[in-house]
Design a protein around this ligand. Structure first.
Ligand code: PGA
Length: 236
């Protein structure tokens, strides 16, 4: 829940100019995901640029009496290419279950939106040695959607203890979980799905994370609010 019309204008201009002047990095997809009210602004500011956009959440419902919800069809009206689903803050603060997260991913796919399915353990999970079990439980209903659906998704591993805390997982800690997620994806024939890491990613640590075998990109929060920092992550 960051941003305003004025702040977004500066940020989007900076990101767009940076990418257009430097040329979009090869083999790199760049997207921004604003809060819902700013989708019009973002779609206008980025139209015709190499940068795509998405939403931070989507309803699992198709339409109807669900006041406050935003459907995948509505997002599609604004040419959203992406929708985050199951961000840890949605799970923790809004009680979203892994089953609901899977239904959100399904709803997005039905409207040609790529869901970015977020999973991650809490510090307590990690300290109790439950990291991989938690990831498996979060992924299970998503993987149950089947090979075809999962091949159209992106997965983001975001350890809850690393989000917004300045505590990044070490590249090795992240890689261990990414390799586990890759194995789970492989088992259903979706081994080529992109797996992003998120949690205090910044320009200074992005390169060492991206050097890991199974880390395909980043889901960036705080560092994405400064154009130069965000751009430096895209070229790390
Ligand atoms: P952060 O946020 O990069 O500020 O840790 C990540 C996120 O909210 O997904």
């Amino acid at each position: 829940m960051n941003g305003s019309l004025a702040a977004n204008e500066v940020l989007l201009k900076g990101i767009r100019e940076g990418v257009e002047n430097a040329g979009a990095p090869v083999n790199c997809t760049i997207a921004v995901c604003p809060s819902f009210p700013y989708l019009v602004q973002v779609s206008q500011a980025l139209a015709g640029s190499p940068i795509s956009w998405g939403a931070q959440d989507v309803s699992l419902q198709e339409s109807g009496a669900f006041t406050g919800e935003v459907s995948a069809a509505m997002l599609n009206d604004f040419n959203c290419a992406w929708a985050l689903v199951g961000h840890s803050e949605r799970r923790a603060l809004h009680g979203e279950t892994s089953e609901q997260v899977a239904l959100k991913a399904k709803a997005a796919l039905a409207h040609h939106i790529t869901p970015v399915v977020c999973v991650g353990e809490t510090l307590q999970d990690r300290e109790q040695g439950n990291t991989l079990a938690v990831i498996q439980a979060q992924l299970a209903p998503v993987l149950a959607l089947g090979e075809q659906a999962v091949n159209k998704m992106v997965i983001a591993y975001e350890p809850v203890w690393a989000i917004g805390t300045g505590l990044t997982a070490s590249p090795e800690q992240a890689q261990e979980v990414h390799a586990y997620i890759r194995a789970q994806l492989n088992a259903i024939g979706a081994g080529n799905v992109q797996i992003l890491y998120g949690g205090s990613v910044k320009a200074a640590n992005a390169g060492s994370l991206f050097a890991m075998n199974d880390i395909d990109g980043a889901l960036v929060g705080g560092a994405a609010l400064v154009a130069e920092e965000f751009l430096n992550i895209t070229t790390a």
